[in-house]
Design a protein around this ligand. Structure first.
Ligand SMILES: C[S@@+](CC[C@H](N)C(=O)[O-])C[C@H]1O[C@@H](n2cnc3c(N)ncnc32)[C@H](O)[C@@H]1O
Length: 355
């Protein structure tokens, strides 16, 4: 994965280095081609393309605007030019129509872009300096989730849900394979997974554990959806090492959750999760691990999500490799009993018992 061709010329290598140097510039051009409506208008006329004047007229833009954006788009292969006509390419169509691309782009722009300017300080000091972009003096972005300004809030939840929603159908099969009666969802967020479980199985009772503000919202969502009787809540800040989880669960569920914590914190949380199990219970960890991916594109997206955790979330967590995650689980006294890869957009579910 990520191998260079065996022989890359120095001209090609230098060109690749310029693509990185101008990466943020190209990103803004691509995004603005979309937000001005130019990409959509070009897609609508397909192989006919536009002259500059036709594009100005179609999107009500000045000549300068269209020329800067079109030339930038040409350099990034988002557009191509045939004689005096400009046409959208397959790359442009992905920028326009592909949900993965859209969600990632909005997340980078609305949540990460400004804060990443201080990435060098954040990664060296293990402090999310970028978080101050959102105004308050938050310790982590998770305390701030319900209070993020728009459009950051919408883009944060869209990014989170895009990845986890794609996994739900297969996950229900795995989670309910042992017919659990009590399930603990740590980091239950909006209550979406809890609701899926309650709808899927009439006998299960679900407890969501999360930070207080997010927890109230999650429980309100589940209750409003008509399941007030089988939902329980446990407000907790797991950064406090002595904060205990409730006990006696057949399944302890953690989805896209452990990436929010440093290695030492992950081990501490896993130890507490282990103590929450009933005899014979299972811990299920659902996450995306770059070293379990079949396709480089998935590994690329996962690895490049880590700087968000550094600059914006908490300064000291990341998208862990499966190798690192399994090592932490081992330290916490968990015994791996199953691993299922390729769920949704590249998720893996690890199942453990207390060893
Ligand atoms: C990335 S979201 C995962 C959401 C959901 N499980 C999913 O799969 O989409 C992480 C969740 O962990 C919660 N969380 C973060 N830090 C926490 C902490 N210190 N204590 C308890 N919950 C925390 C957040 O509030 C959020 O709901």
């Amino acid at each position: 994965m990520f191998d260079l061709p065996p022989k890359i010329s120095s001209l090609d290598a230098r060109y690749e280095a310029q693509k990185i140097s101008f990466g943020p510039v190209v990103f803004q051009v691509a995004r603005t081609l979309r937000t001005t409506g130019l990409l959509m208008a070009l897609d609508n006329v397909a192989d006919k393309g536009f002259t500059i004047e036709e594009a100005m007229h179609a999107c009500d833009l000045k000549r300068y605007t269209v020329v800067v954006l079109f030339e930038g788009g040409l350099s990034a292969k988002i557009l191509k030019k045939i004689d005096n006509h400009w046409l959208i390419t397959p790359i442009g169509r992905f920028l326009l129509h592909d949900e993965l691309t859209r969600v990632n782009m909005d997340f980078v722009q609305d949540v990460c872009y400004r804060g990443l300017a201080d990435f060098d300080q954040s990664v060296v000091q293990e402090h999310p300096h970028g978080l101050r972009e959102f105004g308050e003096n938050w310790n982590t972005i998770y305390e701030a989730l319900q209070f993020l300004p728009e459009p950051a809030k919408t883009s944060w939840f869209a990014f989170d849900h895009f990845y986890s929603d794609s996994t739900f159908p297969e996950l229900l099969q795995i989670a309910f394979s042992t017919a659990p009666k009590r399930l603990l969802d740590i980091g239950g967020n909006t209550g979406k997974w809890a609701l899926k479980c309650l709808k899927h199985n009439p006998d299960v009772e679900v407890t969501i554990a999360d930070l207080p503000d997010t927890l109230s919202r999650a429980v309100a969502n589940v209750e409003a959806a008509g399941f007030p009787d089988r939902i329980r809540s446990h407000a907790i800040n797991l950064l406090q090492p002595d904060a205990a989880l409730p006990k006696g669960f057949d399944v302890v569920w953690m989805s896209q959750f452990l990436c929010c914590f440093s290695e030492a914190q992950v081990t501490s949380i896993l130890t507490r999760a282990r103590a929450a199990l009933s005899p014979g219970g299972r811990i299920l960890i659902n996450d995306t691990f770059w070293d379990r991916q079949e396709h480089e594109i998935a590994a690329y997206c996962i690895i490049n999500s880590s700087p968000y955790f550094t600059a914006m979330a908490n300064g000291n967590s990341k998208m862990y490799s499966a190798e690192d995650m399994l090592r932490m689980c081992d330290i916490a006294g968990l015994r791996l009993i199953d691993a299922v890869d390729g769920i949704g957009y590249g998720h893996t579910v690890f199942s453990f018992t207390a060893s």
